[in-house]
Write a protein that binds this ligand. Structure first.
Ligand code: CAA
Ligand code: NAD
Length: 309
């Protein structure tokens, strides 16, 4: 069932020509998010192409998707090794990898961008996507923090543009924020909601506001934890334990920041700080900056606030 905000949003705008059904999905960016989005899309029997400018990212994504699928398969078919293998290979068979954006979006019904959180790089990519894709292709971003109106500024047809904000780790997190900006058509929005349900997520609708719902609340919380630590009020492990046992969070704020990626946390906060310099909740953290400068971006690099094997 649609939420009341979503129902109102759907009712509020005019409809455009019907867009085609989603069968082919192209995911651009094969990092933490792109690989998870590819996995859940292929698991929903959609044909998926994953694109990355970096071949080693594609190789890593291939391995990551396979090991994630093995975990899923083990749970679903606990005592049936054959069924586990069949599940893993049937999903992997639906995923192709490529380094070429234009070729990979030609047949796409839906493009999901999950590259670095940088507005100029995203804008450049969207120009390339729009030029090569069909005139009916839905074009979306998985941005954590940027406004869709800013990312899609140069798109010629903004009615087919929207936000699909997934959560990390994508195969496990049940939520999908579906974001519409002023020009997103009703038809596009409906199709994005349908796609979200098809990949097994609970969808919530949100306007084009920085951080949407979750990150607008979660990211300032993560930075407030940093400030608490930087003031010397408590140690990192104690803050993490406190939030897990005292507030029931599955991870403490430092564990979570390492999980998200410290570079991504920094890109989010730097962008908001630039836009709202007087907002104290958006103040950058010197400790975070120094870790990112040193290449310590969290779990994905082997070290962030904590060290990982
Ligand atoms: N793929 C498949 N299964 C996975 C998985 C993955 N990537 N990660 C975890 N699992 C499953 C496995 O089934 C695992 O069981 P097995 O080890 O037996 O296979 C089970 O989850 C439990 O996992 P773990 O024992 O490794 O650890 P856990 O119990 O702590 O759960 C977690 C892991 C689901 C990540 C949990 O800690 C959690 O929910 N953490 C919070 C995550 C969160 O808040 N994400 C949002 C971040 S913000 C964001 O994404 C938005 C943004 O724009 C920045
Ligand atoms: P990541 O660093 O793990 O992966 C980004 C990938 O994009 C890299 O493999 C890189 O090679 C590739 N890339 C960069 N520029 C490219 C280009 N021009 N063309 C093709 N590939 C390119 O990042 P991530 O954590 O997966 O985040 C991706 C996006 O998703 C960001 O916008 C981020 O804000 C958002 N997001 C992140 C999280 C999270 O928890 N990490 C959660 C939700 C949304």
């Amino acid at each position: 069932m649609l939420s009341s905000t979503c129902t109102a949003a759907v009712r509020g705008l005019s409809t455009t020509a019907q867009l085609s059904k989603i069968n082919n999905v192209t995911v651009i960016g094969a990092g933490l998010m792109g690989s998870g989005i590819a996995q859940v899309s292929a698991n929903a029997k959609l044909n998926v192409v994953v694109v990355d400018s970096n071949q080693s990212a594609l190789d890593k994504a291939q391995k990551g998707i396979e090991s994630s699928l093995q975990r899923v398969a083990k749970k679903k078919h606990a005592d049936d090794a054959k069924a586990q293998t069949a599940l893993v290979s049937s999903v992997l068979d639906r995923i192709k990898m490529s380094t070429n954006v234009s070729d990979s979006v030609k047949d796409a019904d839906l493009v999901i961008e999950a590259i670095v959180e940088n507005i100029d790089i995203k804008r450049k990519l969207f120009a390339e996507v729009e030029a090569a894709a069909k005139p009916t292709t839905l074009i979306t971003t998985n941005t954590s923090s940027l406004r869709l109106a800013d990312i899609g500024l140069n798109l010629k047809d903004k009615t087919r543009f929207g936000g699909l904000h997934f959560f990390n780790p994508v195969p496990m997190m049940k939520l999908l924020e579906v974001v519409r900006h002023n020009d997103t058509s009703d038809d596009t929005f409906q199709k994005l909601m349908e796609y979200g349900k098809a990949v097994g997520k609970t969808t919530v609708a949100c306007k084009d506001t920085p951080g949407f719902i979750v990150n607008r609340l979660l990211v300032p919380y993560m930075f407030e934890a940093l400030r608490l630590y930087e003031r010397g009020d408590a140690s990192m492990p104690d803050i993490d334990v406190a939030m897990k046992l005292g507030a029931g969070y599955p991870m403490g704020p430092f564990e979570l920041s390492d999980y998200v990626g410290l570079d991504t946390c920094k890109f989010i906060m730097d962008g908001w700080h630039k836009q709202y310099p007087d907002e104290v909740a958006f103040k950058p953290s010197p400790l975070l900056d120094s870790l990112v400068d040193a290449g310590k971006t969290g779990r994905k690099s082997g070290e962030g606030f904590y060290k990982y094997k």
